[in-house]
Write a protein that binds this ligand. Structure first.
Ligand code: ZN
Length: 431
């Protein structure tokens, strides 16, 4: 049990039809269980008795941001090296992830990662961990302590990576079972079955991942079709498969709780298969630019009714900010449309929807995360958008409607603009 609370400010509220509602002044109240019990006009004072109210009338409140694809052990080297995917993994990722055999590294970096995520307004993170089960256990503990909603997975590899990162199917099963028992659906944490990608996984390991994720109703996260060299290496390693997506499907890894990072180069038959399996393609545009992987045709995928998500993919993504990711998503959609000779219909509103209620839907949590409504979780971030304004305080910006303020929040996002982050009614970050 915790204190009842609330916030009075401007609100941006994503709607189930993919649009945003802009409310210039409203009040959100939540009960001692962290669930919203009022959202609407600022009520008479007696309705507020017993609630700790944040008076933030000059600020903008957004639903908590949801990062659907990121890598905890990579945050330290964000912005380092911009080679293509496969050499970058060898040069930066594998050596850094190897350091997580040291519990102190795991503890410090987990703490830092979750606090940084919260400071960017992220209230739910879906992250890959290193290959070490002790480091995974530490990450879950630190997530619980930080108060963030965390879907975390022990990253599994049993071939084609340095020896210290290798596991076996038998060890992987034992380690996953222990983590599932301790952390799956306990408090705000969930375990995610996490084969890194087909290149580093044998068929037997993928079989185990498909089986376990179904048996224990966990999410399964992996990468797909991010880079052309990765795609050809995958078909060389799995000659019996019809395609990259078919590799995962043959081993039971494509289902409605599968989160597939990237998917840039997926062929039409693969997209059809993914849609049939109701799996989610998670778009990571900052990362794709950084490694020169290509541009996901997000607009076309949406048209084809493929379930979509958005993630930072740190550390090929160099920022933990989902607002920065939203900005890049709109820009890359325009660039892609330009090269396709098409008209771009992706807007800031689409990107903000995707980073909130859209990602909640990808996690099958649209009923209780991602927007403001009675009964939903009180997950939100309060933004001081004066930090992205173009005029000095004493001057009034003529572009001051809430939709215009949101444009500045997205395109001129500022490191310090998240003032407060609340998860399930608990203040977990305050500047
Ligand atoms: Zn990734």
């Amino acid at each position: 049990m915790q204190n009842k609370g609330g916030v009075i400010s401007a609100f941006v509220n994503p709607q189930n039809d993919g649009t945003l509602a802009f409310i210039e002044r409203a009040c959100l109240l939540y009960d001692e269980n962290g669930r919203i019990d009022y959202f609407g006009e600022v009520p008479a004072a007696d309705r507020l008795i017993g609630y700790e109210i944040l008076l933030r009338e000059k600020f903008v409140t957004l639903p908590g941001l949801i990062d659907l694809h990121t890598h905890l052990p990579q945050y330290e080297f964000a912005s380092q090296g911009a080679e293509a995917l496969l050499p970058w993994l060898n040069r930066y990722t594998f050596p850094q992830e190897g350091r997580f055999s040291d519990d102190r590294v795991a503890e410090l970096q987990s703490l830092n990662f979750f606090q940084s995520s919260l400071s960017h307004g992220t209230t739910t993170t879906v992250a890959y961990l290193s290959a070490h089960s002790r480091a995974a256990d530490i990450a879950f503990s630190e997530a619980s302590r930080a108060g963030i909603r965390a879907y975390l997975g022990l990253t599994l590899m049993d071939r084609n990576v340095p020896e210290e990162l290798l596991t076996t199917a038998a060890d992987a099963e034992r380690n996953m079972m222990k983590l599932i028992e301790t952390w799956h659906k306990k408090g705000l944490t969930e375990f995610v079955v996490t084969p890194r990608f087909a290149i580093s996984c044998s068929g037997a390991l993928l079989d185990l991942c498909g089986k376990l994720s179904r048996a224990y109703d966990t999410f399964l996260q992996t990468h797909i079709s991010e880079n052309r060299d990765e795609v050809s290496e995958t078909s060389r390693l799995f000659p019996e498969a019809k395609s990259y997506a078919d590799v995962y499907d043959q081993h039971g890894c494509l289902h409605a709780k599968t989160l597939l990072g990237h998917g840039i180069h997926l062929a039409e038959a693969e997209r059809r298969l993914i849609r049939e399996r109701e799996s989610v393609v998670v778009h990571c545009p900052v990362s794709n630019n950084f490694l020169g992987s290509g541009i996901l045709p997000y607009q076309n995928f949406r048209h084809e009714k493929i379930r979509l998500g958005l993630g930072t993919d740190v550390a090929a993504g160099y920022s933990l900010s989902m607002l920065h990711e939203a900005k890049t998503m709109t820009e890359m959609a325009k660039l892609r449309a330009h090269f396709d000779g098409a008209k771009c219909s992706i807007t800031v509103a689409d990107a903000v929807y995707q980073a909130t209620l859209g990602n909640a839907a990808a996690l099958s949590r649209a009923h209780d995360l991602g927007s403001f409504a009675i009964g939903k979780q009180a997950d939100f971030c309060v933004i001081d958008d004066s930090l992205c304004d173009t005029l000095l305080d004493e001057e009034k910006n003529h572009y001051s409607a809430l939709a215009e303020r949101l444009n500045r929040i997205v395109y001129r996002s500022h490191n310090n603009m998240v003032e407060t982050t609340v998860v399930a009614g608990k203040t977990v970050f305050a500047r």
